[in-house]
Design a protein around this ligand. Structure first.
Ligand SMILES: *Cc1c(COP(=O)(O)O)cnc(C)c1O
Length: 360
């Protein structure tokens, strides 16, 4: 069967009509990959933990799920252009979908705060890229102000269509597992995604009694406003996609946490990087540092012995890996790895290989 974009696939559950133009890059239907080594590292049965690889979306992050709908609706409503503030992935996605729709796209980025691949994407798709001397929260305030009194449509997660599109991640997970997982671990930045997943799981459950997961959201220690219960003025973390001090969907994230019986916690950059490397080396999945925050949270949760010990054979845990590791080519270079340069001779090669495997 031909691949469909997510609006076509989930049309009946999305706010679209026959008149809505479809602006799609065939997003969604991302792999749900079993993670036996991560399961073992978390002290769980081999088939417990699964990775939702959102880096397999067209622009390499889950942002495409919301953007296909936000841009389609913007075209339907006659927008002249779209605008967003972004730590990088919203910009990359908006730029691509706007290019496809033939819309102008302006993106406001915190100067120096965006991973190289994401900036390249925005530039290549022809967005008007504006670097703000300030952080994401300041860029977002600016974008909202401009959008209010001009013809630009906001495509941040303040745009309700973004969350409607993103909720389809939950539909796919329920379809793949045959039910909702018991736990879902994920990073939290602006908190739109955890809000969208909660919408999605509740809708799925209302239709098919698929169950409801505990939603486990994770912020970086230096950018953990929800955990601390107050705004963070200068958020700091290596995980640039969640370097946010004043999340837009703060209240809804707390509702998702409390209604699901879940938790929102924080993990140190050191733990994020350890999880980032572990996934790449032991599961063969290269995600962004931000995506690894959820996995770091899973490992912290199991280390603190917070999983119930009963019925573990039926336990299903999903980690949402929000973005593709290729977007951020610089972070790996800050870690230890094995790379040596030799002359093009068999003797030199043999000498190197005799040394055994390094860098583990
Ligand atoms: C946007 C993003 C996040 C954070 O998602 P929110 O909806 O803002 O909480 C996490 N990881 C990646 C890779 C992202 O692009």
């Amino acid at each position: 069967m031909a691949r469909k974009g997510l609006i076509e696939r989930w049309r009946a559950r999305l706010p679209v009509s026959a008149k809505t133009p479809l602006i799609s890059l065939l997003e969604g239907e991302t792999p749900l990959v079993p993670a036996p080594r991560l399961s073992a590292a978390a002290g769980l049965p081999e088939n417990a933990v699964w990775l939702k690889v959102e880096g397999a979306n067209p622009t390499g992050s889950f942002k495409d799920r919301g953007m296909t709908l936000a841009i389609s609706k913007a075209v339907e409503e006659g927008a002249q252009g779209v605008i967003c503030a972004s730590t990088g992935n919203t910009a990359a996605s908006a730029a691509a979908y706007a290019a496809r729709a033939g819309l102008r796209c302006a993106v406001l980025l915190p100067a120096g705060g965006v991973a190289a691949g994401k900036l390249s994407q925005s530039l290549m798709h022809g967005a008007e890229v504006i670097a703000i001397r300030g952080n994401f929260d300041e860029a977002l305030r600016l974008a909202r102000l401009i959008a209010e009194d001009s013809g630009w449509t906001m495509v941040n997660s303040t745009n309700p269509y973004r969350l409607e599109g993103q909720k389809t991640g939950a539909f796919e997970i329920v379809a793949a597992l045959g039910r909702a997982p018991d736990y879902q671990f994920m990073p939290v930045g602006n908190a739109g995604n955890i809000t969208a997943y909660w919408m999605g799981y509740r809708e799925a459950h209302a239709r098919t009694q698929s169950g409801l997961p505990k939603l486990m959201g994770w912020q970086a220690s230096g950018a953990a406003p929800i955990v601390l219960g107050r705004k963070v003025k200068n958020p700091k973390t290596i995980a640039s996609a969640i370097r946010i001090g004043d999340p837009v969907s703060w209240k809804r994230a707390i509702a998702a946490r409390d209604e699901s019986g879940g938790h929102i916690g924080k993990v140190a950059d050191r733990e994020i990087l350890a999880a980032y490397r572990m996934l790449a080396r032991e599961e063969g999945v290269f995600c962004e540092p931000s995506s690894a925050a959820g996995v770091a949270g899973l490992l912290a949760w199991s280390k603190a012995k917070k999983f119930p010990t009963r019925n573990r054979t039926r336990l299903r845990v999903v980690c949402v890996l929000t973005g593709n590791g290729l977007k951020d080519p610089d972070t790996p270079k800050t870690m230890s790895y094995s790379l040596c340069t030799i002359s093009a001779s068999p003797a030199a090669l043999k000498r190197v290989l005799k040394g055994g495997r390094r860098g583990r």
